[in-house]
Design a protein around this ligand. Structure first.
Ligand SMILES: Cc1cc2nc3c(=O)[nH]c(=O)nc-3n(C[C@H](O)[C@H](O)[C@H](O)COP(=O)(O)OP(=O)(O)OC[C@H]3O[C@@H](n4cnc5c(N)ncnc54)[C@H](O)[C@@H]3O)c2cc1C
Length: 838
C-alpha cells in the first residue's frame, strides 16, 4: 500500500497530539494500535520514511519468531505477539505463518541445553517437545540427520510478516482516529522545565503531552535531540537469500517448513518459496554509530522480494553484504543442509538493528525528560507484546507484564557511557546464540566497580562474579581448609558451574562462628528533608512514622497492588532516612514522587557495607564499638550511628542470612580500615570472609525472598508471602486500594518453598508439575540453592493455590529428568527467629 496520507499526508503544522510516536516501524505501529485499543486515539505517528515499508529494520527483517527465552517476560511478550499477528491479515494475506520452530543440536552440550530449554519453555507455558534426528528430518527433509542429536520443536513458533503486520495494526489504529504522517522527520523538541512541550518536524511543529521514541536504530539520535541518553548500539547482522534450492517445494504460501535454528553455528534458516533465507551471527560484531546513519530511503519487504526489483536495496538500515564474513557460515549451512551445495547465495545484506549491554530491550519513561518515553531494541518477536505493554504503561501507569529487566531506568550512569554500550552490546551480539549460564560473568570491561574491600578480597583469593558492574566474591579460596571434614552436597555440572565446596563450608561456618560479607553492591539512597517521611509513607506499605533509630522492612507497590520493590528503611533522624533498595529503578521512583521539600541522594557509590553476621558477631563488634551493642541496648531492627574504632559507622541490626549481626555502613575511604579492624578483632572468634554463594543459600533456607528473582510487579504481597509488610491501617499509600480490592478475591497462586526430595540442586526457572498429573506444568521455580544448614536442596516456586499447601507432593523437571519435590513450611531454618533476636 502506498502512503495513505499522500505525499504531504496528515497536516502537521501547528497541530497537537496527546501522544506523538516517533517511527512507524513494527514497534511504533504496534504501540499506536494498542493505544487506540485502550481508547487513547489522539495519537500522531511521525515517520521519516514512506509508510509502511519505511526502510527501518522492520522493513527487511525475515521475521522468525522463536518464543522460548530464559526470561519469562520475553517469552510472554513473544507469546502475545504470536497470538496477535496470527489473527491479523492485510488485504486477505496473513501476517503470521505458524509453521513451527526447531532448534537443532549438533553437539552433546547443545543437546543437554535443549533439554534445559524444553524445561524453560514448559515453565513459561509454551508447548514444546524434543524430536529425534529422524523426526527433525521428517519436518525438514533437507537436514542431514546424521549431523544432529535432535531438536527442540515449538509448534506455535513461526514467521511474522513485519511490514504487513505493522500496516494491519496501523489501519486499525487509523480507523479509531490515530493519525500517521509519512515522509516527515522529527528534527527537534522544545523542552521546558524538564518536559517536552512541542515536537519539531520537517513539516511543522506539533504541541504534545507525551512523546514515545520508537525510532529503532535512529533512537539514540532522536533521544539526543531531547537530551535523553538511550544506551543501545546499532550493529550489522548478515542475512542472505539463496538461489532456488532443488526440491524445496513451493506451495501457495511462501513458507510451510518450520523455521530452523542451528545455534552451534549461530545461524538460522527460513524457507521463502523455493529458496532459503539464511541468517548468521557468526561474524565479528560490526558496529555503526547512530549519528552516522542516513535517513531512510527505499521501499520493500526484503523477505518476500529477495533479489528482484528492489528488495532491501537502498534502505538506510541495510549496509552492503561482506561476503568474507559469510564464507564459514555458508560452509556450515551446506554441512547441515547438504542440498545447499547445489545452489548459491543469490543476495545478501548486512542489516542493522539494535543490541544492548544486557541483551534486553530498553523501555519506559526516561530519567532526563518527564514525558519522553522509549521503546527501543525490540525484536519483531516481541513487538506486539511490547506495543501492548507500552500502551498500558503510558495510559494506566503500569504495564500488564513485568518489565523490570527491560526498564530504561535500570541503567546507571556508567552503563550509558559509549564505550560500555559499545563493548557490552558487541558481546551480546557475539553471544546471541551461545549456551549462556545465568551466572556467567561478562569478560569486559572488568573490573569496573570495586568496593573498598576489594584489595583484601583479592588477597583472600576471592572468586569474583559480576553484577551491575560490581565485582562480587562468590567464595574465597583462602577458606579451602574449611571444607575438610565436612560432607557437602554437590550440585550437578550446570548448577555447579560457578560453585565450589567452599560455598557450603562458608555457609556452615557463618552459622557456627561469624563472617564478613561485602554488601556494598546493594543500592541505597538517603531520603532527607521536611517532606521525607511524607514521601516514604506515600510510597510504602508499612508504618514508617516511628522514632529515629527504628528500621522497617516495607514494600513499594504499583498502583495495581503488585510488588514494585521491597526496601528497608532506617530512620536515622527526624528528617533523614536511609533506604536500602534494589537498584536505580527504585531510586528513580522515589525521585519521581519527591517534591522540593525532599532530597533523594544515591549514596551507593560513596559508601560501603559489611554484613557482620554469625552467632559471634557481637563478640567481634562489642570491643570495637563506641556504643553498647548488647541485645538490650541495640535491639533487632534498630539503627545507630557509632564508631567502630575510629571509623564512623551507621549500624543497622539486620541480617539477610538469619543470624545475629549488623549491616555496617561507612563512607568509602574508611572501608578498608573497617574491614581490617573487624578481621583483626574477629580472628580469635574464627571470623572469615564469605561470598555470595553462601549468602544465597543462607537467605533461601531462612525464607528471605529476593525481589526481582522471587517476586515482582505482577505479584501481590499476600501471594508472595509478604503480607506481614503491609499495614493498610497506616493511611493511604500507592497501591493500597488496589491491594484491598485484590484481598477480596481468593488467592490464586502462592510463592512457596520446595524441598527437592532426591537432593538435586536446581538453578531456578524450572517447570513444576503436580505429582498426580505429571503431564501438566503447574508452576515454575524462582531461586534455588542447597541449604547447607538444613541439609536439603531448596527452591522457591510459584504454585496454584490448590497445590501450595505444606506436604503437597510435586515434581520438578531439570534437564531430562523429573525430580520429586514437596512443599515445605517456610522458613526451614530458625522459624522462631531465636538466632537473630538474641
Ligand atoms: C537482518 C536482520 C534480520 C532480523 N531478523 C529478525 C527476526 O528474524 N526476528 C526478529 O524478531 N527480529 C529480527 N530482526 C530485528 C528486528 O528487525 C528489529 O529489532 C525490529 O524491526 C525493530 O523495529 P522498530 O520498530 O524498533 O525499528 P524500525 O523498524 O527501524 O522502525 C523505526 C522507524 O523510526 C523511523 N525514524 C527514525 N528516526 C526518525 C525521525 N527522526 N523522525 C521520524 N521517523 C524516524 C525510521 O524511519 C523507522 O521507520 C532482524 C534485524 C535485521 C537487521
Amino acid at each position: 500500500m502506498s502512503d495513505p496520507t499522500g505525499p504531504s499526508g496528515t497536516p502537521i503544522a501547528d497541530s497537537r497530539a496527546q501522544i506523538l510516536v516517533v517511527g512507524a516501524g513494527i514497534v511504533g505501529c504496534s504501540t499506536a494500535y494498542h493505544l487506540a485499543q485502550l481508547g487513547t486515539t489522539d495519537v500522531l505517528v511521525v515517520e521519516q520514511g514512506p509508510l509502511f515499508a519505511t526502510g527501518g529494520s522492520s522493513s527487511h527483517a525475515p521475521g522468525l519468531v522463536f518464543q522460548t527465552n530464559p526470561s519469562q517476560t520475553m517469552s510472554q511478550l513473544a507469546g502475545y505477539t504470536v497470538q496477535r499477528f496470527n489473527q491479523d491479515t492485510l488485504d486477505g494475506r496473513p501476517c503470521f505463518h505458524q509453521v513451527g520452530g526447531i532448534e537443532v543440536a549438533t553437539t552433546p552440550k547443545r543437546w543437554a541445553d535443549l533439554q534445559r530449554k524444553l524445561g524453560l519453555a514448559t515453565a513459561w507455558g509454551i508447548e514444546a517437545s524434543l524430536l529425534g534426528p529422524r523426526e527433525v528430518h521428517a519436518r525438514i527433509p533437507q537436514i542431514d540427520p546424521r549431523k544432529i542429536h535432535g531438536g527442540l520443536f515449538v509448534a506455535s513458533d513461526g514467521i511474522a510478516k513485519p511490514v504487513r503486520a505493522a500496516e494491519a495494526m496501523a489501519r486499525e489504529a487509523q480507523a479509531r482516529g490515530v493519525r500517521f504522517a509519512g515522509n516527515t522527520e522529527v528534527t527537534g523538541f522544545d523542552v521546558r522545565d524538564g518536559r517536552i512541550t512541542a515536537v519539531r518536524t520537517s513539516r511543522g511543529t506539533v504541541t504534545v503531552d507525551q512523546v514515545l521514541c520508537c525510532a529503532g536504530i535512529w533512537g539514540p539520535k532522536v533521544g539526543a535531540l531531547a537530551g535523553v541518553s538511550i544506551p543501545v548500539q546499532p550493529l550489522a547482522h548478515q542475512y542472505a537469500v539463496t538461489a532456488p534450492v532443488p526440491g524445496l517445494a513451493s506451495g501457495p504460501d511462501e513458507v510451510h517448513q518450520p523455521i530452523l535454528r542451528h545455534q552451534d553455528s549461530s545461524m538460522y534458516f527460513r524457507q521463502i518459496h523455493d529458496r532459503y533465507g539464511v541468517g548468521s551471527y557468526q561474524h565479528r560484531a560490526i558496529p555503526v554509530r547512530a549519528r552516522d546513519l542516513a535517513p531512510t530511503a527505499a521501499v520493500g519487504d526484503g523477505a518476500e522480494a529477495p533479489s528482484d526489483g528492489g528488495g532491501w536495496k537502498g534502505m538506510a538500515s541495510v549496509h552492503p553484504f561482506t561476503p568474507e564474513d559469510f564464507s564459514k557460515p555458508w560452509a556450515d549451512a551446506r554441512d547441515l543442509l547438504p542440498v545447499l551445495r547445489r545452489t548459491e547465495v543469490a543476495e545478501g545484506m548486512n542489516g542493522l538493528f539494535l543490541f544492548t549491554s544486557d541483551g534486553m530491550p530498553v523501555l519506559g519513561p526516561s530519567r532526563e525528560v518527564g514525558n519522553f518515553w522509549v521503546a527501543e531494541a525490540v525484536w519483531i518477536t516481541h513487538s506486539a507484546g511490547v506495543g501492548r505493554a507500552m500502551a498500558e504503561w503510558m495510559t494506566d501507569g503500569v504495564p500488564g507484564v513485568d518489565l523490570r529487566a527491560a526498564d530504561l531506568r535500570r541503567f546507571e550512569d556508567f552503563a550509558h557511557s559509549p564505550s560500555y554500550v559499545a563493548e557490552r552490546s558487541a558481546q551480546s551480539f557475539v553471544e546471541v546464540y551461545d549456551v549462556l549460564h545465568p551466572q556467567q560473568p561478562p569478560e569486559h570491561p572488568r573490573p569496573l566497580r570495586t568496593s573498598p574491600f576489594h584489595p583484601r578480597e583479592v588477597e583472600r583469593g576471592g572468586v569474583f562474579l559480576e553484577a551491575n558492574g560490581w565485582e562480587r566474591p562468590h567464595w574465597y579460596t583462602s577458606n579451602q581448609s574449611l571444607v575438610d571434614g565436612r560432607d557437602l552436597a554437590e550440585p550437578g555440572p550446570w548448577a555447579g558451574r560457578y560453585w565450589s565446596p567452599i560455598v557450603g563450608a562458608e555457609h556452615q561456618a557463618t552459622r557456627e562462628n561469624v563472617a564478613l560479607y561485602d554488601m556494598t553492591s546493594l543500592a541505597r539512597a538517603e531520603v532527607s528533608g521536611r517532606g521525607a517521611l511524607g514521601l516514604l509513607q506515600h510510597l510504602t506499605t508499612n508504618q514508617l512514622d516511628r522514632p529515629p533509630g527504628y528500621v522497617t522492612y516495607t514494600l513499594m507497590l504499583e498502583p495495581t497492588g503488585g510488588v514494585r520493590a521491597d526496601i528497608t528503611v532506617a530512620r536515622l533522624s527526624e528528617n533523614t532516612f536511609q533506604v536500602g533498595c534494589n537498584g536505580q529503578r527504585d531510586i528513580a521512583w522515589l525521585r519521581r514522587h519527591a517534591d522540593d521539600t525532599t532530597t533523594v541522594r544515591d549514596i551507593t557509590g560513596g559508601t560501603c557495607c559489611i554484613g557482620l553476621w554469625g552467632p559471634k558477631a557481637r563478640d567481634v563488634l562489642a570491643p570495637l564499638a563506641s556504643e553498647d551493642v548488647s541485645h538490650e541496648a541495640f535491639r533487632f531492627f534498630r539503627a545507630k550511628r557509632l564508631f567502630v574504632g575510629e571509623v564512623p559507622v551507621t549500624a543497622l541490626r539486620l541480617s539477610y542470612v538469619g543470624e545475629l549481626g549488623w549491616e555496617l555502613y561507612t563512607s568509602a575511604e574508611f572501608g578498608l580500615r573497617l574491614w581490617d579492624l573487624l578481621a583483626a578483632a574477629g580472628a580469635e572468634h574464627g571470623i572469615l570472609p564469605a561470598g555470595r554463594g553462601a549468602f544465597n543459600g543462607l537467605r533461601i533456607e531462612k525464607g528471605y525472598r529476593a525481589w526481582g528473582t522471587d517476586m515482582w510487579s505482577t505479584h501481590d504481597p499476600d501471594e508472595a508471602g509478604l503480607g506481614f509488610a503491609v499495614n493498610p491501617d497506616k493511611g493511604d499509600f500507592v497501591g493500597r486500594d488496589a491491594l484491598l480490592r485484590r484481598r477480596e478475591q481468593p488467592v490464586r497462586r502462592r510463592l512457596r518453598c520446595l524441598r527437592v526430595d532426591d537432593g538435586t540442586v536446581l538453578m531456578g526457572s524450572e517447570a513444576v508439575f503436580s505429582a498426580e498429573d505429571s503431564g501438566r506444568s503447574v508452576g515454575f521455580t524462582t531461586s534455588a540453592a542447597y541449604g547447607y544448614s538444613v541439609g536439603a536442596s531448596l527452591a522457591y516456586a510459584w504454585l496454584p493455590a490448590d497445590l501450595s499447601d505444606e506436604d503437597t507432593p510435586l515434581q520438578v523437571s531439570y534437564f531430562d529428568r523429573r525430580h520429586p519435590a514437596t512443599v515445605v513450611a517456610d522458613p526451614l531454618f530458625d522459624p522462631g527467629m531465636r538466632r537473630m533476636r538474641c
